[in-house]
Design a binder for this molecule. Structure first.
Ligand code: FMN
Length: 284
């Protein structure tokens, strides 16, 4: 099981030592044109997680490829580039410009942009034609049937899934006004974990694709639970803001969590959940 960062939760150039603890570094989502993102305040604390409305702030494809990517390559960890856009061609053109990276993650699920995107399967199909690199489709659990979306992107040529993105929410300030200037934002952190574990379970069963599980992972035990639900790898997001040492800590805790659960490797945990003595069906 590899430990990655969740897109948008680590600036590897500002914190290279944190990035070097990872098995692969995932960039912030890159869009064709530069984006300033939403107006501040863009972050709010809630009792069980964090609400953000960054709005895909990023330097845009051209500057990313010319300035950021060469510097990221020097850091060491294999790179995943998160690609965003507003139509299938946006995504496909960025994919066709990428080479010598480990994988592409297609952000099909940002709650902080208003533009309607083409369908997830249409975007994946266009990107499949544009690149031979591994394509991971990052989906939202806000869809009423996430397993159906997973099946559609698998049929369109996705090599893996990243699950899940934030879920839309609202936080109010002391005077009962929305705490974020944008009004709503994406909820991340511990509150997401049960939702993410469900999405990983049903999408894994629907597609058999490798899955990077994320959503509220803070400990080795959390990571092992994702493995038990069928994730092949995990990504750390919100926890990195509070604990930059989390990748190393979670890796160490994962070994202890495996011993505690009576498995040798995280991979064996999936079998444990499915063994006849412990099997309980998770409804879609
Ligand atoms: C501040 C912030 C920025 C994010 N930016 C992106 C992004 O650019 N692209 C993306 O796919 N997900 C983005 N996400 C979502 C995370 O990658 C992740 O899916 C989500 O936060 C759930 O994981 P967590 O609960 O461990 O944070 C962002 C999350 C946060 C908190």
């Amino acid at each position: 099981m590899r430990i990655l960062n969740a897109s948008g939760c680590l600036d590897a150039l500002a914190a290279p030592d944190v990035a070097r603890q990872l098995d692969a570094f995932v960039t912030k989502t890159v869009t064709p044109l530069p984006r300033e993102g939403s107006a501040p305040p863009r972050i709010a604390e809630t009792a069980h997680g964090m609400l953000n409305a960054i709005g895909l702030a990023n330097p845009g494809r051209e500057r990313f490829l010319a300035e950021h990517l060469p510097r990221l390559r020097e850091l060491g960890p294999p790179l995943w580039v998160s690609v965003g856009g507003f139509c299938a061609d946006d995504y496909a053109e960025t994919c066709s410009n990428l080479e010598d990276i480990e994988a592409i993650e297609l952000n099909l699920s940002c709650p902080n942009v208003d533009e309607a995107a083409d369908s997830a399967a249409e975007i994946v199909a266009a990107c499949r034609r544009a690149t031979g690199l591994p394509l991971y489709a990052k989906l939202s659990a806000a869809h009423p049937d996430v397993a159906e979306v997973a099946r559609a992107v698998a049929a369109a040529g996705a090599d893996g899934l990243s699950l899940i993105n934030t879920l839309r929410g609202v936080a109010l300030d002391r005077r009962l006004r929305p705490a974020l200037a944008r009004g709503s934002g994406g909820l991340s952190g511990p509150a997401l974990k049960p939702v993410a574990l469900h999405a990983v379970t049903v999408c894994g069963e629907a597609t058999g694709l490798p899955i990077v599980g994320m959503g509220g992972i803070e400990s080795g035990r959390d990571a092992l639970e994702f493995a038990a639900c069928g994730a092949s790898d995990v990504a750390l997001g919100t926890v990195l803001f509070a604990d930059p040492g989390a990748p190393g800590r979670v890796r160490t805790e994962l070994t202890a969590a495996c011993a505690d659960a009576g498995v040798v490797n995280p991979e064996d945990a999936a079998g444990l959940r499915k063994s006849p003595e412990t099997q309980r069906k998770v409804p879609a």
